[in-house]
Design a binder for this molecule. Structure first.
Ligand SMILES: C[S@@+](CC[C@H](N)C(=O)[O-])C[C@H]1O[C@@H](n2cnc3c(N)ncnc32)[C@H](O)[C@@H]1O
Length: 275
């Protein structure tokens, strides 16, 4: 692939998804686009890019962006966020939202493992929210991931990552060489398409937002914009959970780190007043 083609795809990704693709990612681009070229019946990646550049077909552009997203995820990823939910977040919100409901948003949910981890956790211990009903919304930019998330169908490899065997036995049934999560768990989560760089989200207000391992693909100003819009979707007293290597520090003043809780942030009261 020549540097002009690389630059074309890099700009497409930045414009459509906010994802920054640096020059050292040529291998990534080639390994992801090769299967798409084959699927489209095109002899090479060069031909694929030529077709995208010349025809500007929305369907194909969307697929290029989709295959270039990194969708790594697994059940109960990093454990700490789930510990924070159990020990710090739910006890507070169970009080604060009594008589109402708790809304949780898994932004950039990939194939759904994070959202389903929360659903299983809540189902296993119904006392966690003191009877306050919970709604879980998972969103992603990738139609391919959302389709898999809605199906709740996982490979043997995926259910072996992070999921305790007792939960696998309790919540999943085997279907050929895959495992399907129960209808009851699927009913607890709604999956929708949402591009985080869109100017507006239209998902309603949330009490808890998981936004893990996606900001890392954006440049500084985009991270700030996204965090600002996320803050705008949050109720007063809301919590934000970032990935293990991510922070709001130096990027957004809308959040304050929770004391002694890695990766956990509270919506700053001044941003509620400003909203
Ligand atoms: C590495 S996965 C993280 C999944 C999950 N949050 C976790 O931590 O396990 C990153 C996800 O971000 C999604 N993504 C990338 N750019 C996005 C954007 N602009 N809007 C919404 N989702 C995006 C990708 O499709 C991918 O599924």
């Amino acid at each position: 692939m020549n540097s002009q083609d690389f630059e074309f795809v890099a700009q497409l990704l930045r414009k459509r998804a906010g994802i920054v693709l640096t020059g050292d990612k040529m291998y990534l681009l080639e390994s992801r686009l090769a299967p798409l070229a084959r699927k489209e019946g095109l002899p090479s990646i060069d031909d694929l890019i030529h077709v995208v550049r010349s025809r500007r077909e929305e369907r194909l552009i969307a697929q290029v962006v989709d295959v270039m997203t990194t969708n790594e995820t697994y059940f109960f990823r990093d454990k700490t966020p789930f510990l924070n939910l159990r020990e710090a977040i739910f006890p507070q919100l169970a009080q604060a939202r009594r008589g109402s409901r708790i809304r949780i948003w898994c932004a950039a949910c990939s194939t759904g493992q994070e959202a389903y981890s929360i659903a299983m956790m809540l189902d296993q211990d119904t006392s966690l929210t003191g009877g306050v009903p919970v709604e879980i919304v998972g969103t992603d930019i990738s139609d391919r991931c959302l389709e898999r998330a809605r199906q709740g169908l996982f490979t043997q490899f995926e259910v072996q990552r992070g999921l305790p065997i007792q939960m696998l036995m309790h919540y999943f049934t085997q279907q050929d060489d895959h495992w399907r999560i129960s209808e009851r768990m699927r009913q607890m989560v709604t999956f929708k398409k949402q591009n985080l760089i869109d100017a507006q989200y239209g998902l309603g207000q949330f009490d808890i937002v998981f936004c893990r391992n996606v900001l890392t693909y954006f440049d500084g100003p985009t991270k700030g914009d996204v965090l600002g819009r996320i803050a705008g979707t949050m109720n007063s007293g809301g919590f934000l959970i970032l990935g293990a290597t991510e922070t709001t520090s130096g990027i957004s003043q809308a959040f304050e780190p929770a004391q002694d809780r890695r990766g956990l942030y509270k919506l700053a009261e001044r941003s509620v007043q400003a909203a």
